[in-house]
Design a protein around this ligand. Sequence first.
Ligand SMILES: Cc1cc2nc3c(=O)[nH]c(=O)nc-3n(C[C@H](O)[C@H](O)[C@H](O)COP(=O)(O)O)c2cc1C
Length: 178
Amino acid sequence: MKKAATPDEFKRAMRRFAAGVTVVTTAGRGGRAGLTATAMCSLSADPPRLLVCVNRESAPNRAIAASKRFCVNILGQKHRALALRFAGATGVQGEERFEQGRWGKAATGAPVLEDALASFDCTLAEAIDSGTHTIFVGDVRAAAVAARGSPLVYEGGGFHALAAPKPARTAKKAKSRK
Ligand SMILES: Cc1cc2nc3c(=O)[nH]c(=O)nc-3n(C[C@H](O)[C@H](O)[C@H](O)COP(=O)(O)O)c2cc1C
């Protein structure tokens, strides 16, 4: 048996995993910081906890470790450009990333995206370094949810929308089948 899959093999297979897209933010002495992240996961309901995996080389990693607070913002279809911006695709860093989007301040002080599908304001419970990333475990202090909106999905290296549900059978058609 091979010792391990190569990073390329791993990444190629992982690209098939369809995931919701988030922007994870924080604020501290260095100002605001944030990154686009799909490696987010629910961890515990009572107490409410979640985790995010953030590259150890990234600026937001250092910012979250220092501020000990972060907010996970779940993106909708209308946030594609924002997702690219917070992934570094437009070349802007740190505070400048927040020039796009409607940003407010959550109770912990972390930036919250006001029209996110949902947001989780967290204080840092644990930080575990593993390989290239740090697993940040957050105690969820507040969870907000929008009344409507459709999620942004990432798979195969691109953004997608969930497929529309099949149209319901009309009453007439349903009757004629009896
Ligand atoms: C769809 C998508 C999902 C991403 N998910 C993660 C993730 O879960 N964790 C991570 O560390 N980086 C992830 N990235 C990469 C970061 O968003 C990117 O490296 C970011 O620019 C890091 O911030 P920095 O440029 O300030 O260092 C993702 C990028 C994209 C486009």
